[in-house]
Design a protein around this ligand. Sequence first.
Ligand code: HEC
Length: 158
Amino acid sequence: MNKKLIVTVLLGVFGVAAFAVAQEKGPHDAAIKGRQAMFQTYNFNMGILGDMAKGKIDYNAEIAAQSAANLNAAASFGQAAMWPEGSDSETPGNARTRALPAIWNNFPDVAEKGNALKTASEKLAAEAGNGLDALKGAIGDVGATCKGCHDDYRAKRR
Ligand code: HEC
């Protein structure tokens, strides 16, 4: 094979590969990734606060207050565009998601669980900078609201 032919063949192969990847995108991928980014923001900030509460890292009032404020801000996001019909874990063709179909049959309950997080994260944001004991006193309620929603509406890892 001469060089030019090899290049042409390779371009063909990669062209097809790129096309195949493009075809795998589902119609709701952006919404799914958007809500997962929100949850990752919850998780990052809860991780810092949890490590302080458990004594894995030193308590730092400024970072605690900021992490709790960030969590509270993310918990206050408007989510109207994040949960389009058909973006659940059972509908084929979506980006990887663990959002159970039950969410779409129980929107009022899901919203209530979201509001429970917001109430708890508001309290945590008011307390986290006031010392380790204040942080410890407020973080448990937040963690419980995460779990409360995951138990009913998030698929197990597969
Ligand atoms: C009202 C329901 C609800 C609440 C409250 C909630 N989650 Fe979730 N969480 C979900 C659902 C549903 C998913 C799956 C989203 C998906 O994969 O599309 C999820 C996914 C996640 C993920 C995985 C994100 C990814 O990249 O795939 C993390 C991490 C997470 N949640 C952390 C938290 C933490 C921490 C809290 C509390 C501070 C919390 N969640 C509160 C419903 C909730």
